[in-house]
Design a binder for this molecule. Structure first.
Ligand SMILES: [Cu+2]
Length: 228
């Protein structure tokens, strides 16, 4: 019986820690859900080669696996950052502003735009930066990093263009699964879909919560039967 309880506890624990969030664009250094609470999600080394990214406005895309989470992104201007301190100030001591407001997302895919050249920390064409996303979905701060080289006039892949910016409003998830249809539909009145889908989004939110309560209920029920 003890082992069954342990198994049940392990299942519940595993289900709450599975894939807290992923950084999908630009590509993350790496994802390991057990180490995601650590600096850069447990991937302390700069990835090579760095990915080209826009010096001006450019999109970041994440997939949120919690019902509600608080998100913020910040950068290091060091070519080899080694700790959170390297995301606070530049090498000459200038403090680095946050790359985004602090904002909330629900569950699903979200994008937001950053303008790294506009942060006022002397970035220019060819500058090397590391962007770190901090995400708290209720089980502590989690981190993901991506290593970039900033290009003036860089053309972002069209399927990554972010028109429903989660950092500016109560944006709805673009999708809960990866989908190639985003590219073709992104030109079709984003403002209409942003306001019109809020009702259905909260419906989906409620369904997800009900589903997880049902799962836990059935697990507890199964354990109860086995203990009899
Ligand atoms: Cu989590």
């Amino acid at each position: 019986m003890f082992s069954l309880k342990s198994l049940l506890a392990a299942c519940l624990l595993a289900s709450t820690t599975f894939a807290h969030f992923t950084l999908d664009y630009p590509t993350s250094r790496g994802f390991d859900d057990d180490n995601e609470p650590q600096y850069c999600g447990g991937f302390p080394n700069v990835a090579s080669p760095r990915q080209p990214f826009s010096l001006g406005q450019g999109p970041i895309r994440i997939d949120s696996h919690h019902n509600l989470a608080t998100v913020v992104a910040f950068i290091s201007t060091s070519s080899n950052p080694t700790s959170f301190n390297d995301f606070n100030t530049t090498s000459n001591g200038t403090s680095i502003p946050l790359a985004t407001p602090i904002f909330q997302v629900k569950q699903g895919e979200y994008c937001f735009n950053v303008d790294l050249g506009g942060l006022g920390v002397g970035l220019s064409n060819g500058s090397e930066v590391t962007l770190q996303v901090q995400y708290d979905g209720g089980d502590g701060n989690l981190y993901q990093c991506t290593d970039l080289i900033l290009i003036e006039g860089y053309s972002i892949p069209s399927n990554e263009t972010c028109t429903n910016d989660a950092s500016l409003s109560n944006a709805t998830a673009s999708s809960t699964t990866s989908s190639a249809s985003g590219a073709s539909t992104s030109a079709a009145s984003p403002s209409a879909s942003a306001s019109g889908s809020s009702g259905s989004s909260s419906g989906a939110f409620a369904r997800v919560e009900l589903a997880s309560v049902g799962l836990i209920g059935s697990l507890v029920g199964m354990a109860g039967l086995m203990l009899l």
